[in-house]
Design a protein around this ligand. Sequence first.
Ligand code: FAD
Length: 392
Amino acid sequence: MRPDLFEAPDYYLLDELLTEEHKLVRDATRDWVKRDVSPIIEDYAQKAAFPTQIVKGLAEIGAFGPYIPTEYGGAGLDQISYGLMMQEIERGDSGVRSTCSVQSSLVMYPIYAYGNEEQRQKYLPKLASGEWLGSFGLTEPNFGSNPGGMVTNFKDMGDHYLLNGAKMWISNAPFCDVAVVWAKNEEGRIHGLIVERGMEGFTTPETHNKWSLRASATGELVFDNVKVPKENLLPNKSGLGAPLGCLDSARYGIAWGAIGAAMDCYDTALRYSKERVQFDKPIGGFQLQQKKLAEMITEITKAQLLTFRLGQLKNEGRATTAQISMAKRNNVDMALTIARDARQMLGGMGITGDYPIMRHMMNLESVVTYEGTHDIHLLITGMDVTGIPAFK
Ligand SMILES: Cc1cc2nc3c(=O)[nH]c(=O)nc-3n(C[C@H](O)[C@H](O)[C@H](O)COP(=O)(O)OP(=O)(O)OC[C@H]3O[C@@H](n4cnc5c(N)ncnc54)[C@H](O)[C@@H]3O)c2cc1C
């Protein structure tokens, strides 16, 4: 890939609304991405491998548990700093952001929010430092958009639980040290269990042949009569609302992250449009190309404002599931449209790995599907405004 010349668009001077801490966190993450992610990421995406060497750096910049209190190893930041961090990391690559989202919002968050003090002390510092990587098992082969139908289950065997079933499409699965797994007890109630690598009967086969999120490892979590110690059950929340609460936190990060991917595509296309000459003038001088750029910066600006306000609400503990859902759907769709238009603006060069656009575009095809598909998020907003669920 070419040198990373990224310059962030800020059309409505949003920087003026950020605190010094927000800007410090954002700029440190941006510098780290330019230095440690941009030079290597295209190569890792091409060879479909997760760049394990960046784990230490991610931990050092605070990307594992940005809003988890410092006493558990987290960075203790507010929700806007967390969002800006996800924006900058996804500006580098959605797969790298996915690893952070899973670690922070889907593994550390449930242990922090639903776990007891011993579980927090045992797992959170090691997850924050990157010594351990985690995964989150909700989706199953036959239950994706409808996770409440899951068949993975555990039985109370007196001194331990016996876990059986399988999870599919699990980010970080192939190398995770711990997995937060959602399973039904004998009464059919959903609980979270912490499963550790090395437990007999627990395997994590990798999913190959992905054209998307190639720098993020995806796999299955398979449980064949796994004996899980009783102290590994998350005691403080059960029912479908428990995993869905984690998804709120991750989807909020995705809403910010998608802006990062969109900004990178826009910035690349803008620069290219000023340099590339056809019919004796830069292609940026043609109305059709300006229309694309004008619409891109408009949509990015709208998404930035929406997401900033959502961050304020989240800081105050007032952001609703439906508001987070709207931001996730809008921003990912916006980023995908921008990636497709930006790809066209680069002509043939747009399909090469010399530029980041095609990689962003392919990555976003996963982002628009995971953590609730675009259609499911439309139904969430539909239900919120009408009061009538249209899922069934
Ligand atoms: C790269 C990647 C990483 C992932 N990482 C994780 C992870 O770490 N942990 C995890 O638990 N899961 C993970 N997922 C799973 C992801 O959350 C699911 O793929 C997603 O929820 C959709 O489920 P599905 O693929 O089974 O699609 P389905 O639920 O089968 O949906 C197929 C289509 O039907 C539509 N549809 C479904 N129900 C309705 C309805 N009621 N009305 C209208 N349309 C409907 C959907 O919108 C979609 O277009 C990941 C997925 C991918 C691709």
